[in-house]
Ligand binder design. Structure first.
Ligand code: HEC
Length: 128
């Protein structure tokens, strides 16, 4: 019996086991919450102008989740799975091809916060 082959075999089994253990470790991609991470930003920065009580701002409303996912003048503001392509994000980043950068009045939403909202949309824009 070839000793080296046996040792090599054991080593291979050992490495395979360790590798599969690492692969099976739970993924901890933080899930972003609509009610905790998204809604408070919209309420603070957008609700003044975007409310169902005043439809003059292109019928885009942030009163509730249901109002938010409804189409506004230029169609859906949220495309589940496509954060950076969603109108709510392009309007805040200032890259939409119409109108002003949002919020139209007051300080801009920080890039890092826009990215959180964009990720929430990437994760399916759920009412979570
Ligand atoms: C001071 C009022 C005001 C505030 C605050 C404001 N908006 Fe607007 N928003 C408008 C007006 C007016 C329009 C229509 C003209 C335009 O597109 O620039 C608009 C248009 C939009 C549209 C386009 C809707 C469509 O279908 O045409 C989106 C999306 C939007 N706003 C998102 C936001 C977001 C997100 C915030 C908060 C971060 C925000 N807005 C804050 C006034 C406001």
């Amino acid at each position: 019996m070839n000793y080296t082959a046996v040792i090599a075999g054991i080593a291979i089994i050992f490495f395979t086991l360790t590798a599969s253990k690492t692969k099976d470790a739970p993924k901890t991609a933080a899930s972003i919450s609509f009610s905790k991470d998204v809604m408070p930003v919209l309420t603070k920065k957008c609700l003044d102008c975007h409310t169902t009580e005043d439809e003059s701002s292109n019928h885009f409303n942030v009163d509730t989740y249901e109002a938010l996912i409804k189409d506004s003048k230029h169609g859906p503001s949220i495309l589940p799975g496509k954060g950076e392509k969603s109108m709510i994000i392009t309007k805040m980043r200032g890259t939409a091809d119409f109108g002003s950068r949002m919020p139209k009045r007051g300080s801009l939403v920080p890039d890092s916060v826009i990215t959180i909202i964009s990720k929430w949309i990437d994760q399916g824009a759920k009412k979570n």
